[in-house]
Design a protein around this ligand. Structure first.
Ligand SMILES: NC(=O)c1ccc[n+]([C@@H]2O[C@H](COP(=O)([O-])OP(=O)(O)OC[C@H]3O[C@@H](n4cnc5c(N)ncnc54)[C@H](OP(=O)(O)O)[C@@H]3O)[C@@H](O)[C@H]2O)c1
Length: 407
């Protein structure tokens, strides 16, 4: 008879409850894959269970509480006691990953966190193990299902952001307080984790720049559709020689981009490098049972003794001078010479225009254009200059455009 693996469960909410059912249901499969039969040895909730007792009676700890404290304290205590940990907590890994990985290394145990990024999609395993020795150039991801659902619904219905957010809340795709999701902070934490793993460097969350989707208008989505573009909240981590950039921003994708067809609450990550061209993984990014599946896979890996190494290399610099293409939406007075004046400002900044759509709206007009790639700094300076032109009827709106580019 195989040895029992005693699993201490911290948190029994959406994911924790699904995990508790799954581990029971799949105990035979876990045993077949790892040689050990798992059993829940204790559960910690608010007002239920004692952490020290659970730790003493467990061979490994599964942290599904969320939040930074006491999750960090408990995970550190487990690692220091020589017990491996599985967590789904992206903020914990993004903000305290180095401390936790040091403690794990120092005590010869693993900390695994597949479910912290993209739910059921095995992207941590793929980047950290399958592609561990591949030189990666770029990781792009739709890593927040709430915002992808909202943008997909806005595109399908033409409804404004606020209405679609309310619907997402009704359907359970958005939290009562959606700030972390719609403001981009949730995606930023996940991209910091992916960048660290993919580029073997420490990444501070403070170095991840992010914007959310709260300012997006259905107009932009409709106009851009005419140009063959769809809107996503994208995380992009790139290596530029000895520097990296990690950013989250709303952006338009051309139809050929592997992330363009990803709709609704799904997540997807595209990984690029010279030797792999491009690999895209997609699937459910959240949900109790979906996330619990990823947690259980980590438990199996630990019980089977698979040990990925989490030693980061030297710290790479942060690149701040980046190039982008932009979608530009201008509401202007409809009269001769307007387009020429705008083209003149863009031309002086070295920005060329790839496509333009123009619509008359009575005495005013809308000009929607997509630029070719240029330094972002030059574009933003030109945007300021355009916004100050006397024929502008509303503040100019600009959204990045990402073309499919192989490295
Ligand atoms: N939900 C998803 O789809 C999803 C997807 C990917 C990753 N995750 C991550 O998975 C983790 C869990 O998420 P969830 O949605 O399952 O959260 P949840 O439903 O809010 O459950 C949290 C659980 O932790 C317990 N808990 C929280 N703080 C505690 C404290 N101070 N002391 C003792 N127990 C405490 C809660 O106790 P009570 O039961 O007493 O309230 C509850 O059982 C989070 O890190 C989250 O980011 C979730």
């Amino acid at each position: 008879m195989s040895e029992v693996a005693r699993v201490g469960l911290l948190g029994r909410g959406t994911v924790g409850a699904a995990f508790a059912s799954l581990i029971e249901e799949r105990a035979g499969a876990v045993e077949a894959a790892s040689g050990r039969r798992p059993e829940i040895s204790g559960v910690l909730r608010r007002g239920e269970g004692d952490f020290e007792e659970i730790l003493a009676g467990s061979d490994l700890i599964v942290e599904l509480m969320g939040g930074l404290e006491p999750a960090r304290e408990h995970v550190l205590a487990a690692l220091r006691a020589g017990k491996p940990v599985v967590t789904a907590n992206k903020q914990l890994i993004a903000q305290h990953g180095d401390e936790l990985f040091d403690a794990a290394r120092g005590n010869g145990v693993q900390v695994r966190y597949e479910a912290a990024v993209a739910g059921a999609v095995p992207v941590i395993r793929t980047v950290g193990e399958g592609l561990a020795t591949v030189q990666l150039e770029r990781i792009s991801g739709i890593v927040n299902g709430t915002t992808n659902f909202i943008l997909s619904e806005m595109a399908a219905s033409g409804a404004p952001y606020e209405d679609v957010l309310a619907r997402a809340q009704e359907l359970g795709y958005a939290e009562a307080d959606p700030t972390e999701d719609v403001g981009g902070a949730d995606a930023a934490a996940k991209m910091a984790i992916l960048a660290r793993l993919g580029f073997h460097t420490p990444v501070d969350l403070a170095d991840v720049s992010y914007e959310g989707i709260t300012g997006i208008s259905p107009d932009d989505i409709a106009y851009a559709r005419e140009l063959g573009l769809s809107l996503k909240l994208l995380g992009v981590a790139e290596r530029h020689g000895e520097e990296i950039s990690v950013r989250v921003f709303p952006c338009f994708l051309y139809a050929g981009h592997p992330l363009a067809p990803v709709e609704g609450p799904f997540n997807a990550v595209t990984i690029e490098g010279p030797s792999i061209t491009e690999i895209t993984l997609s699937g459910p990014g959240a949900g109790g049972i979906e996330t619990a599946s990823a947690v259980l896979a980590d438990v199996v890996s630990i019980l089977a003794g698979e040990a990925p190494v989490h030693t980061p290399g030297r710290r790479l610099g942060i690149a701040r001078e980046l190039d982008s293409s932009f979608y530009l939406h201008l509401e202007v007075a409809d009269r001769p010479g307007v387009l020429a004046s705008i083209a003149e400002v863009l031309g002086r900044a070295g920005i060329s225009v790839k496509s333009v759509v123009q619509r008359g709206t009575g005495s005013d007009a809308r000009l929607v254009m997509v630029t070719h790639r240029a330094p972002e700094r030059d574009f933003l300076r030109a945007l300021e200059e355009i916004s100050a032109l006397e024929f502008m009827r509303a503040p100019a709106r600009a959204i990045r455009v990402v073309e499919k580019e192989f490295v």
